[in-house]
Design a protein around this ligand. Structure first.
Ligand SMILES: Cc1ncc(C[n+]2csc(CCOP(=O)(O)OP(=O)(O)O)c2C)c(N)n1
Ligand code: SF4
Length: 317
């Protein structure tokens, strides 16, 4: 009888994930929707960094953009409207071994989810947060969002929005302990890719606002910026978003901005003569609540019980 040779190599070949390993269901977004571009950028990052799909979680709220987890072949949590942050923070605080991405919309984050947004930025858990801002509620078919411009017409404001828009970058920069705040656009793949990669590498909550085209309802919002690079203010700095010099040179409007300068970041965030893109602020040393809440996770149930009893003992009278 023939047996297996004991000296045959049994090591499996090293795992090599391709883009297909991160592709989930076929996206049902409209043709030309900027969400497709962001999905592609996240999948490219996952492939280039060889993230194990079973070690990635994508959390979201509700909206067109929040359908994102369905289109990734990773773990995902399509949560409740405005509750993407608590879901992402919950996963992160219990499972520090996972890569957590969070995708939200301007309605999901800046309207119903505002309280969670503010506290999650302060918690500064390690998360890659992508705010896909199309200035409208897309899924529910054209209601005014907090980021809609004054005068923008919608089903809820047929004569135009009456208030000035909320500025998500300025708000985030105003939150204590904010540690990474960037802005990019869905229609510039090199900048989008580089920004998402810098966000992923950040040891804390990386908040990226992505100006996102919604050709179905708000095609007029970013249409000019799409064809005119002069509508964009390109932030440069050696510590900023790394960008190929040839590509950077295409932007006629540029500003040198040190992402360590919070006061200047706030001033830039308020610019309304062009869309600033790049890294507003980064502080890799900000306190992280996930590091505090995950203490003792590796202890056994017996050790945990002993630790609790020891603590209670301190209050014995
Ligand atoms: C508690 C609750 N209120 C309202 C809704 C209805 N609703 C679903 S998505 C949405 C707005 C989504 O807008 P946004 O976050 O900007 O995402 P987009 O669809 O534009 O990507 C609203 C109001 C809901 N699902 N749940
Ligand atoms: S309605 Fe707008 S945001 Fe929603 S899928 Fe269509 S283009 Fe995208």
């Amino acid at each position: 009888m023939q047996g297996l040779r004991r000296d045959w190599p049994v090591e499996p070949p090293p795992r090599q994930c391709t883009l297909d390993d991160y592709r989930g269901a076929d996206p049902r977004w409209c043709p030309g929707c900027g969400d497709h571009a962001v999905l592609g950028a996240v999948q490219r990052l996952a492939r280039d960094r060889q993230l194990a799909p079973e070690k990635v979680v994508v959390a979201s709220g509700i909206g067109c953009s929040s359908r994102f987890p369905h289109y990734m072949s990773t773990y995902g949590f399509h949560g409740l409207h405005g509750r993407a942050f608590p879901v992402a923070c919950g996963v992160r605080s219990r499972r520090p071994d996972l890569d957590v991405f969070m995708v939200t919309g301007d309605g999901d984050c800046c309207a119903i989810g505002t309280a969670h947004w503010i506290h999650a930025i302060r918690y500064n858990m390690k998360l890659t947060v992508l705010l896909l801002d199309n200035n409208v509620y897309g899924l529910t078919k054209n209601q005014t969002s907090p980021t809609a411009s004054t005068g923008q017409r919608s089903n809820t404001h047929p004569r135009g929005s009456t208030l000035p828009p909320l500025n998500p970058i300025a708000v985030t920069l105003g939150i204590s302990n904010a540690s990474f705040v960037a802005q990019t656009v869905d229609w510039n793949p090199p900048h989008l890719d580089a920004t998402i990669r810098a966000a992923y590498d950040h040891p804390g909550t990386a908040f990226v606002r992505i100006l996102q085209r919604c050709p179905h309802f708000t095609s007029f919002v970013f249409d000019q910026a799409l064809h005119d690079l002069g509508q964009v203010l390109f932030m440069t700095h050696p510590a900023g978003i790394p960008m190929d010099a040839m590509h950077a040179a295409r932007f006629p409007k540029q500003v040198l901005h040190d992402p360590g300068d919070l006061a200047e970041a706030r001033t830039l965030a308020e610019r309304d003569d062009a869309y600033p893109i790049g890294l507003f602020y980064r502080n890799p040393n900000a306190s992280r609540y996930d590091q505090i809440t995950s203490q003792g996770l590796s202890k056994s149930p017996v050790e945990k019980l002993a630790a609790v009893e020891q603590l209670i003992e301190r209050f014995a009278i």
